[in-house]
Design a binder for this molecule. Structure first.
Ligand code: ZN
Length: 271
């Protein structure tokens, strides 16, 4: 794909309003943020949802409300999480896929989250891939470790994932794979044919990951899930502020941001 996809991860499961006053939390706030991100150049929004008190939830009714409101306001491609949050069961995490979002994340292995962890065994991964196929949802193969790229080949070999593949390299989660050129090159070298990849630099890795995506021919993810600082010590005013900068950098690199329609066509999503 020649154009560069910007995904915005609007809220995640961990960031709080106390850290980040403009964090979108309610379905209404998420839909407004998605619209602003689309207008700023994002093609995909990655979606988690929250309870009214801000804690993470996998409640299908809340997901449905957020997805419906986003679709009412914008054309942006909706990718929901199935990583969920620390402590959720696999059954809870996969349940919202039946709402038929355009895409969903599919974690390709168990991962540390600081002192916590999220479990993704091969049977869980197979089950998630099968559910996504059942509901016509395209996976983003999220890899927090080099071994996760290797595990994804097993699903592909078993015909559970269809090309073109979309990978997400999640780098710099505490206790997981650090962001650096050696690790990103290693992950890229293990990708199957017909793969696109988005680089997700968590925290401090945010800006380096954007430049790496541009230099290695990948795609960009920004947003409050991954990082709240626009610059040193300065919390971003909105998700759209991150998207605007990513879009500017893409243009400076003499490339073009992909539109939601480009992404739908390339990955064969429903329109
Ligand atoms: Zn997420």
């Amino acid at each position: 794909m020649d154009k560069v996809i910007i995904t915005c991860a609007l809220t995640g499961a961990e960031t709080t309003k106390a850290q980040c006053p403009n964090l979108p939390v309610t379905p209404e706030e998420l839909a407004q943020s998605a619209l602003e991100c689309e207008q700023a150049g994002a093609a995909i929004v990655h979606l988690h949802v929250r309870n009214p008190d801000g804690s993470p939830t996998a409640d299908k009714a809340v997901f449905k409300k957020a997805i419906d409101l986003i679709r009412k306001k914008s054309q942006v491609v909706v990718e929901i999480t199935t990583g969920g949050a620390v402590g959720m069961t696999p059954e809870e995490r996969i349940d919202p896929v039946s709402l038929e979002p355009d895409m969903a994340s599919l974690d390709c292995g168990t991962v540390n989250f600081g002192n916590d962890y999220i479990i993704n065994t091969l049977p869980i991964m197979r089950q998630f891939a099968a559910e996504m196929n059942k509901y016509g949802v395209r996976p983003t193969l999220e890899c927090f470790d080099i071994s996760h790229v290797v595990s994804s080949h097993i699903l592909i070999k078993e015909n559970l994932i269809k090309p073109p593949y979309h990978y997400g390299f999640v780098m710099n989660v505490p206790g997981a794979l650090p962001y650096n050129h050696k690790n990103i090159s290693d992950m890229i070298s293990r990708l199957p044919q017909e793969s696109e990849f988005t680089v997700m630099g968590i925290g401090r890795a945010h800006l380096p990951a954007i430049f790496a995506a541009l230099s290695f021919g990948g795609h960009i993810r920004v947003g409050f899930e991954d990082n709240i600082y626009y610059s040193k010590g300065k919390v971003a005013s909105s998700n759209a502020q991150f998207v605007e900068r990513a879009a500017r950098l893409i243009k400076e690199a003499q490339k073009e941001p992909a539109t939601p329609a480009d992404v739908r066509k390339f990955f064969g999503l429903r329109s």
